[in-house]
Ligand binder design. Structure first.
Ligand code: CUA
Length: 335
């Protein structure tokens, strides 16, 4: 709690923008303008009211010469005009400033050739489908090139928040919301979830990478696997890119869901008391209908995560490489 007064002192002393995150998007200036306007207007009137309170308390205090309050005027047109026109002007200025910024961040310029990215929020990770079919758990954009984000969610309401861009927008299941902006400074900035969404809300983090130029972005988008990559390598990539690792560890550690180390071809005890063999069919069903077979001791909260057949085979191959020594069944047991 000591941080706030210190920051306020910095602000009052007019210290540099160090107390606010860097401004790295086309809408950041507009947002800060509204914030600083509100701050200084409030600070001014707070000081004025405190000052007047002190003056009136001293000046009109009870004294031997004045035991009763003097009569006050019943009406003053001039005063009423002053306290109507000044607040009206301030509120109108605020309305114009914030509406301009709001329009800027919710409607993309159709002629600007923006990078369109489909953003999906889910418990508890972000997923970004970039142009050209490249999906990733990080957002990639280019400095100086307009971006249009279309947001949605698969389970509950999340909120995409990038402090350096001064942008925050709800991602709502069953509908689309939009954000439009142009990143201005190359670098990496944190993405947070700003709408409480359950157990791991505070860990629903990601990163936005602002590439310095289009060539760097293209190189990232083309970045693939080496020619000699195995199916398991691809599976490892799918596992990471689809955000599976957020809940399922690969080292045996207990997470939101069961670890995938040693999981393959194991007979798992389910919540309903039965057991099930973890094989390709089990994996396929679990991705489409996660609630069908829930491992005992874990919550039934996984969102559906349908994969292409190619991706599913690859993840199966990857999980097979994670089967622990001795945990793998005899060859004859496989189907
Ligand atoms: Cu997602 Cu909070």
């Amino acid at each position: 709690m000591t941080e706030l007064p210190i920051r306020t002192l910095h602000l009052l002393a007019g210290a540099g923008p160090g107390y606010l995150p860097a401004r790295a998007s086309s809408v950041a200036d507009g947002v800060d303008q509204v914030f600083l306007f509100l701050f200084w207007v409030s600070a001014f009137f707070l000081a004025l009211i405190i000052l007047l309170t002190i003056v009136f308390v001293l000046r009109y205090r009870r004294r031997p010469a004045r035991l009763h309050p003097e009569p006050s005027p019943a009406h003053s047109t001039r005063l009423e005009l002053v306290w109507t026109i000044i607040p009206l002007a301030l509120v109108m200025a605020l309305f114009v400033m914030s509406t301009r910024t709001w329009i800027q961040m919710t409607s993309a310029d159709p002629g600007a050739d923006p990078v369109r990215v489909q953003v999906t929020g889910r418990k508890w990770s972000w997923w970004f489908d970039h142009p050209g079919g490249k999906g990733a758990n990080e957002l990639h954009v280019v400095a100086g090139r307009p971006v249009e984000l279309v947001l949605s969610a698969t389970d509950v309401i999340h909120s995409l928040y990038v402090p350096e861009f001064r942008l925050k927008q709800d991602a709502v299941p069953g509908r689309f919301t939009r954000l439009a902006f142009t990143p201005t400074v190359p670098g990496s900035y944190p993405i947070l979830c700003a709408e409480y969404c359950g157990t791991d809300h505070s860990r629903m983090l990601s990163t936005v990478v602002v590439h310095a130029d289009q060539a760097s972005f293209d190189a990232w988008a083309r970045e693939g696997l080496p020619a000699d990559a195995t199916l398991a390598d691809l599976g490892k990539q799918v596992f990471a890119e689809k955000g599976c690792a957020a809940c399922h560890s690969v080292d045996g550690a207990r997470g939101v869901g069961p670890s995938v180390r040693g999981l393959w071809k194991r007979h798992e005890k389910l919540a309903d008391g039965t057991t099930a063999l973890v094989d390709e069919e089990y994996l396929r069903e679990s991705l489409v209908k996660p609630g069908a077979k829930v491992v005992a001791g874990y919550p039934n909260i996984m969102p559906p995560m349908p994969l292409e057949e190619r991706e599913l085979k690859a993840v199966a191959a990857y999980l097979e490489t994670l089967a622990v020594e001795g945990g793998a069944p005899a060859k004859g047991e496989e189907t």
